[in-house]
Design a protein around this ligand. Structure first.
Ligand code: C2E
Ligand code: CA
Ligand code: CA
Ligand code: CA
Length: 279
């Protein structure tokens, strides 16, 4: 019994050290990737329900890993957050997006704002207003060309500072969006006071539409209240024609999801901002 216990310990031990080694390797790679800029942005269109036109593009980061190919954010954003590398990665993302916007200055996408996902640490530990303002100035673009997406959990760290920060960002002409709405604990009036322009309802609510009443009940309540407070509502993760139809009937303002557009590199974006029909 003693030896098997010892073996188990060794097994555990080596699995633990493997995981540690793997993590250390990844962290080193990520640090190099930031220094060498191995990242590319993909863009997912958001569509206005009434006009069927693209209203905005969400910038989603990808890591073009030298040996493993294109990695999605779920494979590195968590580690970047834990290690603090997200602060530098976040700056890089802002720069990549602004570079792209400047390149679009004369094309179809010239007047479509791009929304940038900002992580909690980036928002709470950096002067994000300054990061955005200097990137806008560096690339010679207007504040109305960018939007930022923040999750509810980023705001609870320091609500007073958050409110001040958001007001300062808003003053640049940058729109503010709440990401994954419904998964945190913020109230609509708080979000209204924090000058948010748009609520992006989390895809877990969208996926319930047409299956049972709960998704519809949630959307109806949120849309009514958001509109009375002057905010627009975007449904995330729209995957079916039925979901799109229900959301249109509920007066949801905008839709985003694989049913409409998948995230793609800038050069693969459709040549027209108009979608033939929603459902
Ligand atoms: P998110 O901000 O909620 O972004 C939406 C995610 O859902 C994206 O995954 C998108 O590809 C995916 N998606 C879009 N439509 C659909 C759909 O119809 N069905 C389903 N099942 N999924 C859909 P992605 O690109 O893997 O990004 C995952 C998360 O990583 C993002 O969630 C965001 O929290 C984070 N992220 C992405 N880019 C950045 C970035 O530049 N900076 C930071 N800090 N976080 C980022
Ligand atoms: Ca987002
Ligand atoms: Ca989201
Ligand atoms: Ca998310």
């Amino acid at each position: 019994a003693k030896t098997s216990g010892k073996n188990r310990y060794h097994l555990f031990n080596s699995a633990f050290y493997d995981a540690m080694r793997q993590r250390t390797k990844r962290e080193k790679e990520l640090r190099a990737a930031i220094a060498e800029n191995q990242f590319v942005m993909h863009y997912q269109s958001r569509v206005d329900c009434k006009t069927s036109k693209v209203t905005s593009l969400e910038a989603l980061v990808r890591w073009n890993h030298p040996t493993e190919g294109m990695l999605g954010p779920d494979e590195f954003i968590g580690l970047a957050e834990e290690t603090g590398l997200i602060l530098n990665l976040g700056e890089l993302v802002i720069d990549l997006v602004c570079t792209q916007i400047a390149q679009w200055a004369h094309g179809v996408y010239a007047c479509v704002p791009v929304s940038i996902n900002v992580s909690s640490r980036q928002f709470n530990e950096r002067d994000i207003r300054e990061s955005i303002a200097s990137a806008l100035a560096r690339h010679g673009i207007d504040g109305s060309c960018v939007e930022i997406e923040l999750t509810e959990s980023s705001m609870v760290v320091d609500p007073r500072r958050t409110a001040d920060n958001l007001r300062a960002i808003h003053a640049l002409g940058v729109k503010l969006l709440v990401d994954d709405f419904g998964t945190g604990y913020s109230s609509l009036s708080m979000l209204h006071n924090m000058a948010f322009d748009v609520l992006k309802v989390d895809k877990s609510f969208t996926s319930r539409l047409g299956i049972d009443e709960s998704g519809e009940v949630f959307f109806r309540a949120i849309i009514t209240m958001a509109h009375s407070l002057g905010m627009r509502v975007v449904a995330e993760g729209v995957e079916t024609a039925e979901q799109a139809r229900i959301l249109e009937a509920l007066q949801c303002d905008e839709l985003q999801g694989f049913y409409l557009f998948r995230p793609v590199p800038a050069e693969e974006l459709p040549g027209s901002l108009h979608l033939d029909s929603l459902s």
